[in-house]
Design a protein around this ligand. Structure first.
Ligand SMILES: Nc1ncnc2c1ncn2[C@@H]1O[C@H](COP(=O)(O)OP(=O)(O)OP(=O)(O)O)[C@@H](O)[C@H]1O
Ligand SMILES: [Mg+2]
Length: 514
């Protein structure tokens, strides 16, 4: 296989049921270059990369490698040309080990599979990039960051000279993102080329050499990242000025909705990861939990929403004890949940959009007529939801998996918020959303608060926390390091508390190593 020096996509067109996902797109990458691919949710980024990776055939247009036209009619052909892709939603098989997953995608597998050689190359890539991956672990045992490293190794083992990364950092912690960028820089030095899709403009600015921006399926510009700032990138992407403006009026909180008392929860590995947490969330309040992923916030949220057993302590909603009740029962008590892994747990991909729009709510009176579902009302509700939350879709009669990643997110967020829950639990609600949708969503959370809802927001994004929350708890190693009011002067030091420093004046830490 000859090394890829340049890759061009020329006049690419692709439509789905009348939707022009790609409308005459041109782009070029060269060896040693990181190209950012930017655009709103539904702009056509994933479609374009799926064409390059042989998952879709373009309606028209061509792909050239080192100046020669090539045909890519399957992922195998793409891999043979030295192209590798890490998808927006991971595609690893959860019950298989790392080595099995990588072997499954191995393009040049001979009759007798070279187990030993495969293991060696996994270990050597793992060492080269400090990935620290155990080839014999099952995928379900790995964190999102680790799974992503497996996907990258999988592409590299196949000899990819061009690596396509579709929103690779949306599931990574800030620390993992930093490590990941070092890896990308190393690859760039090695002469690899990379196409990176991200909605995080800071990241694009930091790591990309150039950007290509799509809007509604068309290229609206190419630019050198050096000459752009966040604001001009955003303007190019959505065609208007984005001014994040939020009016979080002061509001006095009302009745208590959520009451968590001395709760302990075990993690997947069987030992406690939430170690005696207590707090309350009130009506007209947004309560934030800030923390680096992996410090127990996920398990805490799962315990509150009925997805995980509580081993000690009590949880109450509106004075009703819901400790260790079923998710359905908790939902009926007035709790909605926007889960972190929304695509995996928040929708049924093969169901129609209008079916997903009322998932878990179908038994409500307004959606049923005696024993039957009231499809008229369900569809009307879905149309309203789509309009309110600006979900881009040609119709509500399509399978949900055909929506773009960000639009699936918007559908789930809309569904949970529209239910007007007493308590809305939102985990990383703006992951994968473009700047416009992020602004909209944050305003929706404020609206829920103004209407008298209680909101529990879990986020790593400190801007989000500062903009929205009335009180913030910082979680570290399964404990709250403190709960701060939004006007507390220590709020600026939350970043340090997230790393385990408890009292900023004395420097006392959660454990002695700090
Ligand atoms: N298999 C499909 N069937 C029907 N429509 C599709 C299919 N795949 C994509 N689309 C449509 O094509 C458009 C572009 O989607 P695409 O997934 O490429 O967007 P994207 O830029 O990756 O967005 P996001 O940032 O939300 O991931 C969307 O309107 C989407 O609904
Ligand atoms: Mg996408």
């Amino acid at each position: 296989m000859k090394k890829i020096e340049t890759l061009e996509m020329i006049n690419i067109y692709k439509s789905f049921q009348g939707v022009r996902a790609n409308d005459n797109i041109n782009l070029k990458v060269s060896s040693g270059e990181i190209l950012g691919l930017l655009g709103e949710n539904g702009a056509g980024k994933t479609t374009l990369m799926n064409i390059l990776y042989g998952i879709y055939q373009p309606d028209a247009g061509e792909i050239r490698v080192n100046g020669h036209r090539i045909s890519i009619d399957s992922p195998k052909a793409s891999i043979d040309h030295g192209i590798g892709m890490v998808h927006q939603h991971f595609m690893l098989i959860q019950n298989h080990t790392v080595i099995e997953n990588i072997a499954l995608g191995y393009a040049r597998a001979p009759m007798l599979f070279p187990q030993k050689k495969m293991r060696q190359s996994i270990v050597s890539f793992s060492e080269k990039f400090n990935f620290n991956i155990d080839p014999d672990k099952k995928v379900w045992q790995l964190s999102a960051g680790e799974q992503q490293r497996v996907e990258i190794i999988k592409a590299l083992v196949n000899g990819a000279g061009l690596l396509i990364l579709d929103e690779p950092t949306s599931v990574l912690t800030p620390q993992e993102t930093r490590d990941f960028f070092h890896v990308l820089e190393k690859m760039r030095k090695d002469g690899q080329m990379i196409i990176l899709i991200s909605h995080k403009l800071d990241e694009i600015k930091k790591i990309c050499d150039r950007v290509t921006v799509l809007r509604k399926g068309r290229v609206v510009g190419h630019a050198c990242t050096e000459q752009m700032d966040k604001r001009s990138l955003a303007r190019m992407m959505i065609g208007r000025e984005v001014i994040f403006s939020f009016s979080r009026e002061k509001m006095s909180r009302k009745e208590k909705v959520l009451d968590v008392v001395d709760v302990e929860v075990d993690g997947d590995k069987g030992y406690p990861v939430v170690n005696g947490i207590s707090f309350e969330v009130y009506r007209n309040e947004i309560f934030g939990i800030a923390g680096v992923a992996g410090n127990g916030q996920r398990e805490l949220v799962e315990a509150i929403t009925g997805l995980r057993m509580v081993t000690h302590g009590r949880i109450r909603i509106n004075d009703i004890d819901i400790t260790n009740q079923s998710p359905r029962k908790i939902h009926n008590t007035g709790v909605s949940h926007v889960p972190e892994e929304r695509i995996r747990f928040g929708i049924a991909p093969n169901l129609f959009l209008y079916e997903n729009a009322i998932l878990k709510q179908h038994h409500q009176k307004k959606f049923s007529r005696r024993a039957f579902l009231a499809y008229g009302r369900i569809k009307a509700h879905t149309r309203q939801l789509i309009k309110d939350f600006q979900v881009a879709t040609p119709s509500i009669n399509i399978q949900t998996k055909n929506l773009s990643g960000g639009n699936i997110q918007k559908l789930i967020l809309g569904r949970e918020i529209a239910d007007k829950p007493d308590l809305l639990v939102a985990s990383h609600p703006t992951y994968g959303l473009d700047v416009g949708a992020t602004e909209y969503l944050r305003n929706q959370l404020l609206k829920r608060r103004a209407e008298g809802g209680a909101v529990l927001l879990v986020s790593e994004d400190l801007d989000e926390i500062f903009e929205l929350c009335d009180r913030v708890a910082v979680i570290f190693q399964g404990k709250f390091m403190g709960i701060l009011e939004s006007d507390d002067s220590r709020i600026a030091d939350i970043g340090l508390m997230m790393a385990g420093t408890k009292d900023l004046r004395t420097g006392e830490g959660a454990d002695d190593s700090f």
